[in-house]
Design a protein around this ligand. Structure first.
Ligand SMILES: Cc1cc2nc3c(=O)[nH]c(=O)nc-3n(C[C@H](O)[C@H](O)[C@H](O)COP(=O)(O)OP(=O)(O)OC[C@H]3O[C@@H](n4cnc5c(N)ncnc54)[C@H](O)[C@@H]3O)c2cc1C
Length: 381
């Protein structure tokens, strides 16, 4: 046995699983195909939104709550600034289905929030060009996560706790034997008691056929625009936001560099991103249609942004058929645990997912009520 546990893929969730596991055992090895936090993974694009209130099952709420606490622990342990609380705005038509669903979610979860009328919004957040019947749900704990900093901090914390990190070591195969799991990379092999697979958009390469059949790697596009007045769009003055009406939706984050604002088309309506055949060569250029759509929406939503894309990029993420993650053992007798398939919304809960994976694999107590994320939900169909 080379070690008790291997984590394959040290991106958003694998890095957090490694950090969490390193608190429980000094016998953990992380494998990363490239370098941790590399810019072609779902860590790319500098920032991700953290929100306690968004459309989705209330079952995620305990994971979000735990994640928030763990982001603070990661900051305290490493001295890094990772989550900047800016507050968050979900904007839509008053009494429309988006706002109604969000408010229903807050009723079930008890998430702290307030409702801002159009007048409140116009006074507090004039950056948004609102429609006459718009209102917003304000999430006081929402903010912006610095992705590469988060992943690098988790890896450093794990190494300080005794974890081993093998970078530039792509895993080619994982094979379960009677005694453990054999991990192969090139002509080298290692044997572990248990393995966590956290290889994001690349995970299908290591998956059994029944999970390949219910997953797709998607390409998600990010776009940035210049603020005419950077102060208006600073983290102090401009909460992260998500806005939806009709077939138009957009989400974004303040100018963490003082001038460029992330404002990207969101896809609760079109499934967020499109399937991409190869995670190693995700097309980074935007199509003419993508450019036109985002420019059109920015022009309408934000009079204070110059409606020309100053930066854009695209990154892979693994989506499941039902848009819930694959988090749990491959099957009840397996030594392989999946932590993948976060379907375009995993970063905010990366610490929580890492906690769950590390604790379950090492036989410790963690969050309960997770049947809806178990990989075997796809086996029994
Ligand atoms: C553009 C974009 C915007 C998003 N916005 C948000 C947001 O605002 N809020 C939010 O909460 N979520 C958001 N998400 C979703 C979130 O970022 C992802 O769900 C999450 O980052 C996925 O993490 P992961 O660990 O599964 O994958 P990754 O972070 O991609 O990590 C996978 C890692 O595995 C490595 N790897 C792959 N194959 C192997 C192998 N065979 N051997 C060893 N290593 C391997 C890769 O090199 C990579 O480092 C967004 C996603 C994208 C793409």
């Amino acid at each position: 046995m080379d070690a008790q546990l291997a984590v394959i893929g040290l991106g958003s969730i694998g890095s957090m699983a490694l950090w969490q596991a390193s608190r429980l055992t000094d016998s953990v090895v992380g494998f990363e195909a490239a370098t941790p936090a590399h810019g072609r993974s779902a860590v790319g694009g500098d920032t991700r939104l953290f929100r306690m209130i968004y459309l989705g099952r209330p079952d995620y709420y305990p994971i979000i709550e735990r994640s928030r606490g763990l982001w603070a622990e990661l900051e305290a342990e490493t001295g890094q600034d990772i989550l900047t609380t800016t507050g968050g705005l979900s904007i839509g038509t008053a009494n429309g289905s988006y706002i109604t669903s969000l408010l229903e979610a807050t009723r079930v979860t008890g998430a702290e929030h307030s409702v801002l009328s159009r007048e409140d919004m116009a006074e507090r957040y004039p950056q948004h060009n609102l429609r006459p019947d718009d209102c917003a749900v304000y999430d006081p704990h929402a903010g912006v996560l610095r992705t590469d900093r988060a992943v690098s901090a988790a890896i450093a914390a794990a190494q300080a706790n005794g974890a081993t990190v093998l970078q530039n070591t792509p895993v080619d195969s994982i094979t379960e034997t009677e005694h453990g799991v054999v991990v192969a990379s090139g002509d080298r092999t290692w044997t572990f008691e248990k393995v966590i697979v956290a290889s994001g958009g690349w995970s299908r390469r290591l998956m059994p056929d029944h999970l390949k059949a219910v997953t797709e790697t998607h390409r998600i596009v990010l776009t940035w625009f210049i603020a005419e007045d950077g102060t208006q769009f600073s983290p102090e003055n401009f909460p992260v936001f998500s806005r939806l009406y009709g077939d138009r939706s957009m989400y974004g984050a303040p100018a963490v560099d003082g001038v460029t604002v992330k404002a990207s088309v969101d896809g609760p309506l079109d499934g967020r991103g499109r399937e991409t055949p190869d995670p190693d060569s995700v097309p980074r250029e935007l199509t003419r249609e993508e450019v036109e759509k985002v420019t059109d929406i920015v022009t309408e939503f934000f009079p204070g942004l110059t409606p020309t894309i100053v930066r854009s990029d695209a990154f892979p993420d693994l989506f499941t058929e039902d848009r819930h993650p694959l988090l749990g053992w491959l099957d009840e007798n397996s030594r392989v645990y999946c932590a993948t398939g976060f379907s375009g919304k995993g970063f905010k809960m990366a610490t929580g997912y890492g906690h769950i994976a590390a604790h379950e694999v090492l036989g410790k107590q963690t969050i309960e009520g997770l049947d809806f994320v178990r990989p075997n939900r796809f086996k029994t169909r």
